[in-house]
Design a protein around this ligand. Structure first.
Ligand code: DC
Length: 219
């Protein structure tokens, strides 16, 4: 039977590392749902479309050819034949993605695409609305959280490792801004899904969090 593990939580709560770890441990496919919102944003930017113009974004999104496949245990996608990976992390994408993700029809397209990935087999999917909207019937729902200071520290480290020259205070500010947009937007705001196990990872190691999820799924 196909299992869908939903891992939700705010920015930099450790969702990606935990989801990848759980997927590797269980042999499931890892899915980064945020990458799709970033993909729509990246395609809009490279086509010169104003990301605040919802109609233009939607036309572009429907015109583009999207393909989904699994590579090395993770789901990836191509847009008009190109597979963006590093590009999805660019600053321009990071700054516009929360707005693009608040367009209801973008969400509908992404949610349906994510649901169709269950055809590939069992999944570990990380995001903001996976347990509430994408796989509401899944018995395997987790909500990862951590103190904002700890999340800002993690995000800062990630950016520095990726060679970006951000200031720690700016990372904290941008995280707060993203949290606010994600939790107050009208379409599918970030909430703890019904029936989800909440894990506060502030003082846990990555391995401990992965093990907690794996034990809960196996148990
Ligand atoms: O997790 P991330 O930083 O890659 O997410 C990028 C943006 O997409 C962020 O603004 C939240 C949004 N998002 C969402 O609304 N729903 C999801 N399931 C995943 C991401």
């Amino acid at each position: 039977m196909v299992k869908t593990i939903a891992i939700d939580g705010p920015s930099a709560s450790g969702k990606s590392s935990v989801s990848k770890g759980v997927a590797a441990e269980l042999g499931f496919t890892y899915v980064d749902s945020g990458a799709l919102y970033r993909g729509v944003t990246w395609q809009a930017i490279r086509k010169g479309i104003d990301t605040t113009d919802a109609d233009a974004v939607l036309n572009m999104m429907h015109d583009a050819e999207w393909d989904f496949f699994v590579q090395e245990g993770a789901s990836i996608f191509s847009i008009d034949g190109d597979v963006p990976v590093q590009e999805l992390r660019e600053k321009a994408v990071r700054e516009s993605v929360a707005n693009v993700a608040s367009i209801p029809e973008v969400r509908k397209f992404v949610v349906e695409s994510l649901q169709s990935l269950a055809n590939f087999g069992s999944l570990v999917m990380e995001g903001r609305d996976i347990g509430m909207v994408v796989f509401p019937d899944s018995p395997y729902k987790f909500y990862l959280d951590a103190d904002p200071e700890e999340r800002a520290k993690r995000r800062y480290r990630e950016l520095v490792d990726a060679g970006e020259s951000e200031k720690a205070e700016e990372v904290m500010e941008s995280l707060k801004k993203r949290d606010k947009i994600d939790s107050t937007r009208k379409a599918d705001p970030l909430v703890v899904p019904l029936g989800a196990q909440v894990i506060d990872s502030t003082s846990m190691t990555l391995e401990e969090v992965v093990q907690t999820v794996v034990d809960a799924v196996k148990g």
